[in-house]
Ligand binder design. Structure first.
Ligand code: PGA
Length: 244
């Protein structure tokens, strides 16, 4: 485990939760001192979620600065609500909203010079894994973003490796499978900048109260992006504890 990289446990509520659940988390979440804990809530709850206990993140933002983009939320608006993080390029956005690598890159570039930390999601579908092409697929996702950003990328971005076949399916990558890709991502980025040694690379995909400890013990796994298990405070507390 690398002591220089503080673990980050990020809940991704997706389009779930409500005011009541937010209150439950505000009251019952236990945040270990040596772990950063973040909840990425749906946009309408961002202002309500502001809390001294945990950090608050959004699940997407616009690639545009402002203007005629009905329904979209800008980086400046997130900053106005003191949002600290934003998930970008989640596979569900790539799929449901046809976000391609270039769109994701434009979004990351938009966030880059704000005080918000982008969490860039990458990860392969099952057929890519079965064809043995995981590294080149993930590399292409990262390259698109790198080409839209300057050196700040290495200082600022958190990467989340989320194999699509493991998201919401109950099929977790084994700790070894996850570590293999995390190690690839880090080595690839370190070749470009030594700053990448300090970047946090999260694992996401059916991380839960029972498998978190083994995943988080891997050398290049610096935290988790957690969907389903972030909706139950008891399970989420166990995962936060496993990171401490
Ligand atoms: P999951 O979702 O934990 O429910 O698999 C993870 C994610 O999509 O970020």
């Amino acid at each position: 485990m690398n002591e220089a990289r503080k673990k980050l446990i990020a809940g991704n509520w997706k389009m779930n939760g409500n005011r009541e659940l937010l209150d439950v988390f505000a009251q019952q979440l236990n945040v270990p001192e040596n772990v950063d804990v973040l909840l990425c809530v749906p946009a309408p709850y961002l202002a309500l979620a502001s809390n001294a206990k945990f950090k608050v993140g959004a699940q997407d933002c616009s690639a545009h600065e402002k203007g005629a983009h009905t329904g979209d939320v800008s980086v400046a608006m997130l900053q106005d609500m003191s949002v600290g993080y934003v998930i970008l390029g989640h596979s569900e956005r790539r799929q449901d909203h046809s976000e391609c690598n270039d769109t994701v890159a434009a979004k990351v570039a938009q966030v880059m010079h704000s005080n918000i930390t982008p969490i860039l999601c990458v990860g392969e579908p099952l057929e890519v894994r079965e064809a043995g092409d995981v590294f080149s697929y993930v590399q292409a996702q990262i390259d698109a973003v790198l080409s839209a950003c300057d050196e700040t990328f290495f200082d600022k971005v958190v990467i989340a490796y989320e194999p699509i076949w493991a998201i919401g399916t109950g099929k977790t990558a084994t700790p070894e499978q996850a570590q293999e890709v995390h190690h690839f991502i880090r080595s690839y980025l370190v070749q470009k900048s030594p700053l990448a040694q300090k970047m946090r690379i999260l694992y996401g995909g059916s991380m839960n109260a029972s498998n978190a400890e083994k995943l988080l013990a891997q050398a290049d796994i610096d935290g988790g992006l957690i969907g389903g298990a972030s909706l139950k405070v008891d399970d989420f507390n166990i995962i936060c504890q496993a990171a401490s």
